[in-house]
Design a protein around this ligand. Structure first.
Ligand code: GLU
Length: 472
């Protein structure tokens, strides 16, 4: 880093699709970079050849793009960088910060088994001080070896931007392996080399990595690099207050997308998972988040994923969207949605439905009565609102009034309904509910008279007639 601005990165392993936790990590990095005018990089950690799949990389990038988390510069793939890792390993061997360990798997396994119960196994240091001659003999015998980092005495201390001061006695860290016997480097090593090469100033990541950080700092020191600033984000918890995992069935980002959550709503909600701004404001556009976000306001305490809250945030975002943007969002999920109707009609439907739904999928599902004659009538509402022929007579009177050629406006439709009710000496609600049932098949929906104006005279008459035939 040469510009003194923060350089951060999101470093997903492409072993699965992007989930809430990963998306939240990406978001906090992105917000931090954008707030300070720094750079947000993406690095694909694809060294696990068995589990990494290019299609997951594509999916993760697609999800980031959909969320609006744009990255700077080219993507970095760890799998393309083995040369650099090898060089660093050789340098560490040369300076004596790393050494060859010839201990066999079986021996290590035995040591592990013999380690005192309740204590974490620590490498005993058998190969730590082998002489050059001893090493030579083993190499000549063709013995395989791993590379271990020589941990110095002392303490490793760092100031976590979220967790505060973290101090570890180096005695608690054994000479851990940095390259396997096939020469491949381990995660802790490649992360350090990559973060250094990329000029990363702040490593912001999930707190599941907190135990790796002292080890990584020791690698930085062995390589003679300055460590970056670290910030470990709090866990995301399920409703049972346990770490959010597959068990909780929390959807992946693609699923939220397919369900039609506006990306800005999901971003807004994700920001709340751990970030506590000192304001009452809860609904933020992405631009407002960039302006307001402070890493110092991220809490240590785990953040509970709450689908209800997400739905609330999403409904607020939908309400603030233009009808055109909602239509475009729907068409991005289903290009064929109601294309047989003019978009003018669809926009009227959207305007009526957007205060009543929490996702675009919900809007598509709940608005079918604008397009189709109800196939059935909700049983509970029928029993309550249309119990007998008295209602039938009342609705028939209204139907007769509606046959008259009046200008088909919500105002006229309402006036005729109130007239009908007054003639029968009943409150208007006696008629409003059964008419809604006849038109929508249910007991809820947008304002009845606006709905009728949008549906049009012909469709309303047809549906009322059908209900008069089918209901008591
Ligand atoms: N690839 C790691 C992961 O997906 C992230 C490593 C890091 O952020 O340092 O958990």
């Amino acid at each position: 880093m040469t510009d003194n601005l923060p350089h951060v990165r999101f470093a997903p392993s492409p072993t699965g699709e992007l989930h809430l936790g990963g998306a939240r990590t990406a978001l906090f990095n992105w917000l931090f970079a954008r707030h300070h005018g720094g750079q947000f990089h993406v690095r694909i950690e694809d060294t696990d050849k068995l589990r990494s799949k290019p299609e997951f990389t594509d999916q993760i990038l697609e999800s980031l793009t959909w969320l609006g988390l744009d990255w700077d510069g080219p993507l970095l793939h760890q799998s393309h960088r083995s040369g650099q890792y090898k060089q660093a390993l050789q340098a560490l061997l040369k300076t004596g910060h790393a050494y060859r360990c010839f201990c066999s798997k079986d021996k290590l396994e035995l040591d592990r088994k013999q380690a005192a119960k309740g204590h974490e196994f620590m490498y005993s240091g058998t190969c730590r001080d082998l002489s050059d001659a001893q090493i030579k003999i083993r190499l000549n015998q063709g013995q395989t070896f791993t590379l271990r980092l020589r941990i110095p005495e002392g303490e490793t201390v760092y100031d976590d931007r979220i967790y505060g001061k973290v101090k570890v006695n180096n005695r608690e860290i054994d000479d851990f392996i940095i390259a396997r016997s096939d020469g491949s480097p381990v995660y802790n090593l490649v992360v350090v080399i990559d973060d250094h090469t990329m000029g990363i100033s702040h490593v912001i990541r999930g707190d599941d990595h907190i135990s790796n950080t002292p080890k990584q700092i020791l690698i930085y020191q062995a390589l003679g690099y300055d460590p970056p600033i670290f910030a470990h984000l709090p866990m995301i918890l399920g409703p049972d207050k346990k770490r959010l995992s597959k068990r909780h069935n929390a959807p992946g980002i693609q699923e939220f997308r397919n369900a039609g959550y506006p990306p800005a709503a999901l971003v807004n909600y994700l920001a709340m998972l751990g970030w506590n701004p000192d304001t009452e404001q809860e609904i933020f556009t992405p631009e407002e988040l960039v302006a307001a976000f402070r890493l110092s306001q991220v809490q240590k305490k785990g953040a509970v994923y709450d689908e209800k809250k997400l739905n609330w945030v999403s409904s607020k975002h939908l309400l603030a969207m233009t009808d055109d943007d909602i239509l475009a969002g729907i068409r991005s999920i289903d290009p064929d949605w109601q294309t047989e109707r003019p978009d003018g009609y669809n926009r009227l439907v959207i305007e009526q439905m957007k205060p009543r739904v929490r996702s675009l999928q919900g809007l598509m599902e709940d608005s079918t009565f604008f397009y189709q004659v109800p196939e059935e009538y909700d049983a509970k509402t029928s029993r309550k609102r249309w119990p007998d022929s008295e209602v039938n007579n009342l609705v028939r009177n209204y139907y007769d009034h509606l046959l008259v050629q009046v200008e088909w406006t919500a105002e006229n439709i309402e006036w005729l309904l109130r007239e009908t009710a007054t003639e029968a000496i009943v409150p208007a609600s006696k008629l409003i509910h059964p008419v809604r049932l006849a038109l929508t098949g249910s007991g809820a929906g947008p304002s009845l008279f606006t709905l009728m104006e949008i549906l049009g005279q012909e469709a309303c008459l047809q549906r009322l007639k059908l209900a008069l035939e089918k209901l008591p």
